[in-house]
Structure formats: structure tokens, C-alpha cells
Design a protein around this ligand. Structure first.
Ligand SMILES: [Zn+2]
Length: 129
């Protein structure tokens, strides 16, 4: 049936639009320093190494370490237990302002035609123009 096909296409289009929206709304970026506000590493800070916009997760340096039991393979000659970071959900981290060194919320402003993030606590811009 043709209607079924149309409905499916609409569903796909809507999902793509939602994904595009999500991508734009990632609040933190690679290189940002964040503070963990929930979970076993609560209170610790680290730098973001990787961002996963599709799952809204971030990989933070030395945070959320998990032990993996690695079997010996061709790539990794030795097996055993290896420690590795696991991604955290963005709702569990907060951006740390580079100036006031506090976990903060931020607002977006346009300075010199560039969108930058501005700290809500000290009003300093977080991103360089
Ligand atoms: Zn600040």
C-alpha cells in the first residue's frame, strides 16, 4: 500500500530532524573541562576526550573507569584485565568555567558574529571568538 510507504517516509524524516536537533544542542564539546555531578565519580573533574551526539554521552579523561576482561588477540598480544573509560551521559556532567573554575551553567551569546558560551557566574566568555 502506498499510504504505508508515505507514513514510513514521514517517520524517517521526523527522526532525522530530531537527530539533527540533538546534534545542535550538545552543550559540551571536546576539550571542555567538566565536573561529574552524579554517579561513582561525583565531584571529580576531567577533560572531555570524545563526544557522542547520537547517544548524548561524553568520554571524560580518567572518569568512569571500568575494568574489562580482555582476551588475548592478534592486536593485543596480552590478555588480562584492562582499565578503560566509559562514556557518561551529559546530564551527569557540568561545564567548568576556565576562569572562575566552578561548575557552571552558561548562556549563548553572539560576539563578532560568532556564537560563544558565556559563564553565568562570572560573565566571562568560555569560547574564544
Ligand atoms: Zn566563570
Amino acid at each position: 500500500m502506498l499510504t504505508g510507504q508515505i507514513r514510513r517516509n514521514r517517520r524517517v524524516a521526523r527522526r532525522r530532524a530530531q537527530e539533527a536537533l540533538k546534534f545542535r544542542h550538545m552543550p559540551v564539546r571536546k576539550g571542555d573541562t567538566v565536573k561529574v555531578i552524579a554517579g561513582k565519580d561525583k565531584g571529580r573533574t576531567g577533560r572531555i576526550m570524545l563526544v557522542y551526539p547520537d547517544t548524548e554521552r561524553v568520554m571524560v579523561e580518567r572518569i568512569n573507569i571500568v575494568k574489562r576482561h580482555q582476551r588475548p588477540s592478534q592486536r593485543l598480544q596480552k590478555g588480562g584485565i584492562i582499565e578503560k573509560e566509559n562514556p557518561l551521559h551529559i546530564s551527569n556532567v557540568m561545564l567548568v568555567c576556565p576562569r572562575c573554575k566552578e561548575a557552571t551553567r552558561f548562556k549563548r551569546e553572539v560576539i563578532d558574529e560568532k556564537r560563544v558560551r558565556v559563564c553565568k557566574k562570572c560573565d566571562e566568555q568560555i569560547d574564544q571568538t
